[in-house]
Design a protein around this ligand. Structure first.
Ligand code: CP
Length: 308
C-alpha cells in the first residue's frame, strides 16, 4: 500500500493495513543490522532531528541508529542548552530548526499532544517518540513485530498487560495495535491505576493477576511511572510486587502455558519482575530492543524516504 501520512502520532489513527505495512517492511530491514556494514542508502541526503524533552535510553538511541543505518544525517538536539531555557516555545524551536532544511523530527515530550502540535506547525515529518500518557507508537509497533516474529501471528493470541495502565502511553498504543490486529488484550493492576474507560478501547480488565496469567501467550509488564503519578496510588512497592510482580510461582505458570514475558523498559528489577527472571528463556525483553531498530527504519523509510 502507498503510505499517505506525513506524521506518525499514534496507533489509534492507523488502520490495520498501515500497521501491517510497517511490520512487513521491518522484516526486510532487520537483516541489515546483521551485516558487517550496517548501512543502506534510502535516506541519503535527508536530515533527521531528535527532539527529546524527556529522558530516554532505548527510543532515542534506536531512532538515531535506525536513521544512520538508512544513511540519514542525524542531529540530536540538546534541549537543556537550547533557547527553550530562555522561554522559546517548542513550536518556535521546531520551526527555526526546520528553517535549516531538515526532513523529520522525532519528538518525545511529557505533555500529551506536543508532537501533534509540532506536526501541525511544520511541513517536515513528525514521529511521536512518546507523549505524556497518550501514545508511544513505535514501541507498540516493535512489540507487535516481536510477537509476530515469535508466534507467527497476532490474530487470536492473548496478551496480558500488567501494571500502571493509567500513566502508560505504551499500554495505550499496545491496546490499539493488538486489538486492531485481532488479539485479545487483558489489562491488570491495582484498581487505582487502571482507568475506568480502558474497556472502551477494547481491552478486558481484571484486578486479579492469576486470572490474567491463565493461558496468556504474552505477559507484558509495565513500570510504575512514579514521575507521572501526581498522588499516592499504592500503599507500598513491596505490596505491589507481591500482588502483581512476576515471581517464581507466576513464572512457572507462564512457562506452563508457553507464554513470553515482555517489558518496554526501563525495568524496576525486584518490583514488577524478580530480577533474574528478566534474563530467562521466556523473556523477549532484549529482542524487543533489537527489533526496535528494524521497526524504526521502516517508519523512517515510510514517512521520510517515500516523500518527494
Ligand atoms: N521503552 C522506552 O521508551 O524506553 P526509553 O524511555 O529508554 O526510551
Amino acid at each position: 500500500m502507498k503510505w499517505e501520512r506525513k506524521d506518525l502520532i499514534g496507533l489509534e489513527e492507523l488502520t490495520k493495513d498501515e500497521i501491517e505495512t510497517v511490520l512487513d517492511m521491518a522484516v526486510s530491514f532487520k537483516e541489515i543490522s546483521t551485516r558487517s556494514i550496517k548501512k543502506v542508502p534510502p535516506l541519503r541526503g535527508k536530515t533527521v532531528v531528535n527532539l527529546f524533552f524527556e529522558p530516554s535510553t532505548r527510543t532515542r538511541t534506536s531512532f538515531e541508529l535506525a536513521a544512520k543505518r538508512l544513511s540519514a544525517d542525524v542531529l540530536s538536539f540538546d534541549v537543556s542548552t537550547s533557547s527553550i531555557s530562555k522561554g522559546e516555545t517548542i513550536v518556535d524551536t521546531a520551526r527555526n530548526i526546520e528553517a535549516m532544511k531538515v526532513d523529520c523530527f522525532i519528538v518525545r515530550h511529557s505533555i500529551s499532544g506536543a508532537p501533534q502540535m509540532i506536526g501541525q506547525s511544520v511541513s517536515s515529518a513528525v514521529i511521536n517518540a512518546g507523549d505524556g500518557c497518550h501514545e508511544h507508537p513505535t514501541q507498540a509497533l516493535l512489540d507487535l513485530f516481536t510477537v509476530k516474529e515469535k508466534m507467527g501471528k497476532i490474530q487470536g493470541i492473548k496478551i496480558a498487560i500488567i501494571g500502571d495502565i493509567l500513566h502508560s502511553r505504551v499500554a495505550r498504543s499496545n491496546i490499539w495495535g493488538f486489538t486492531k490486529l485481532g488479539a485479545s488484550v487483558w489489562v491488570c493492576g491495582p484498581p487505582t491505576i487502571i482507568p475506568s474507560e480502558i474497556e472502551k478501547m477494547g481491552a478486558r480488565c481484571t484486578y486479579n493477576i492469576d486470572d490474567t496469567l491463565e493461558d496468556a501467550d504474552v505477559v507484558y509488564l509495565l513500570r510504575l511511572q512514579r514521575e507521572r503519578q501526581k498522588e499516592n496510588f499504592l500503599t507500598s512497592l513491596k505490596e505491589y510486587s507481591s500482588y502483581y510482580g512476576i515471581n517464581e510461582e507466576r513464572y512457572k505458570k507462564i512457562v506452563k502455558s508457553g507464554g513470553f514475558i515482555m517489558h518496554p523498559g526501563p525495568m524496576n528489577r525486584g518490583v514488577e519482575i524478580k530480577s533474574d527472571i528478566a534474563e530467562r528463556d521466556r523473556s523477549l525483553i532484549l529482542e524487543q530492543v533489537t527489533n526496535g531498530i528494524a521497526v524504526r527504519m521502516a517508519v523512517l523509510y515510510l514517512t521520510v524516504g517515500t516523500r518527494k
